[in-house]
Ligand binder design. Structure first.
Ligand SMILES: [Zn+2]
Length: 386
């Protein structure tokens, strides 16, 4: 490592430790954004703090012209869970060799620290042809109601919708850069109640067991091949997340059954079409039921283009890897950014430890990540050939 690189690494580690020592459990930002806004203001970014409900959000921008390259992320973290499972305090970051252990290290304060280092000296770049933006929320891990959604509406109102967006979610699988996310599956949860008639087990003819009635429909739901996926998405999956039936007594046929299930679906489906398909299946089994839905995100996809090309090229030049373009994993804030017709790519550290006890991240990886982010800025806004 050269002297400059060494300095950058110290700076990155410094930012990371400051962020990790703030216990910002959703939706509490715990001063992370204030710290970042101070740093960014010092780097000549224009910073706007937006509080919606009990959620802190930050928009920072350098440059006044288009195109706008936006980096996005969150300062909130999931709760640490049982402390006995941690080898150290989740909010007192432990630095050992190359690794930092603390809640939020990989998801995603590490990426935020890497972004900050990538933004250094942008103000002295005479040739910045466009703007760099950073958007942060503190409820990505929660409902996301007062976070990225009103922030995007605000950017739309002020005519500042980004032209490209990079989210720092931990996208890598085994080593940094082996995978980027170019889309996400949709998520749809159904809550079903099937009605029968309660009665005595010894007088089954006087009762109507809802489980007996529902069993064939459940098998059909489980066995159905919903689709075969497509070029970008794996096959749609149906999973049971809860099934409750029974009065607690051995001699009672239950009167109703409740089931909760979740679809992770490809672009072969829409939430509406899936709902219709489930209803048709239940109706064909002549069930009495009630069914309600929670739509937690439509699928989105960023097709191969300028952004994916530049990100892949930068990953390749810093890691030697050809990243897999994936649409797997859970949902992310990208689902609320992509619908504005903005290409979204997620690129961040290795995801192995996220949401677990002893969450950790490699500082060398974050330094490489920072260099990749910087390359993307250079390619899109500084060495732009147009
Ligand atoms: Zn995250």
């Amino acid at each position: 490592l050269g002297g400059l690189e060494m300095n950058d690494k110290q700076t990155l580690l410094g930012h990371l430790l400051k962020l990790l020592s703030r216990p910002s459990i959703t939706p509490d930002d715990a001063g992370c954004q204030e710290y970042l806004a101070n740093e960014l203001t010092g780097m000549r970014f224009d910073c706007r703090s937006l509080r919606f409900g009990n959620v802190d959000n930050l928009i920072a921008r350098i440059g006044t012209t288009r195109p706008i390259l936006c980096f996005a992320g969150h300062t909130d973290v999931v709760p640490p869970g049982p402390l006995e499972a941690w080898h150290s305090d989740p909010f007192e970051p432990l630095v050992r060799d190359d690794h930092v252990t603390a809640r939020g290290a990989a998801d995603m304060k590490g990426s935020v620290a890497a972004m900050l280092v990538a933004f250094a000296n942008l103000h002295s770049e005479q040739a910045l042809s466009g703007s760099v933006m950073l958007v942060l929320t503190s409820d990505e891990e929660g409902l996301a109601v007062d976070g990225i959604r009103p922030v995007m509406r605000q950017l739309d109102d002020s005519n500042e919708l980004p032209d490209w967006c990079i989210i720092g979610e931990p996208s890598s699988e085994k080593v940094l850069g082996d995978r980027i996310r170019v889309g996400r599956r949709g998520s749809l949860t159904g809550s079903l109640t099937v009605f029968g008639t309660q009665g005595h087990v010894a007088y089954a003819e006087l009762a109507d067991n809802p489980l007996r009635r529902f069993a064939p429909a459940l098998l059909a739901l489980l066995n159905r091949q919903w689709d075969h996926g497509n070029d970008y998405f794996p096959a749609t999956t149906f999973e049971i997340v809860d099934l409750t039936c029974g009065s607690g007594a051995d001699n009672v046929i239950p009167g109703e059954l409740t089931l909760r299930f979740n679809f992770r679906y490809s672009t072969e489906w829409t939430a509406d079409k899936l709902q219709q398909a489930v209803r048709a299946l239940l109706d064909s089994n002549e069930l009495r039921y009630e069914l309600s839905w929670h739509d937690s995100g439509q699928p989105f996809l960023t097709k191969a283009g300028e952004l994916t090309g530049v990100v892949q090229q930068s990953v390749r030049s810093h890691t030697g890897l050809d990243p897999e373009c994936s649409t797997g994993g859970g949902t992310s804030d990208g689902r609320y950014i992509a619908p504005y017709d903005i290409p979204v790519v997620e690129l961040g550290p290795v995801a192995t430890s996220i949401h677990k006890p002893n969450e950790c991240v490699s500082v060398n990886d974050l330094m490489t990540l920072s260099n990749i982010y910087r390359d993307v800025i250079d390619a899109l806004l500084i060495n732009r050939r147009c």
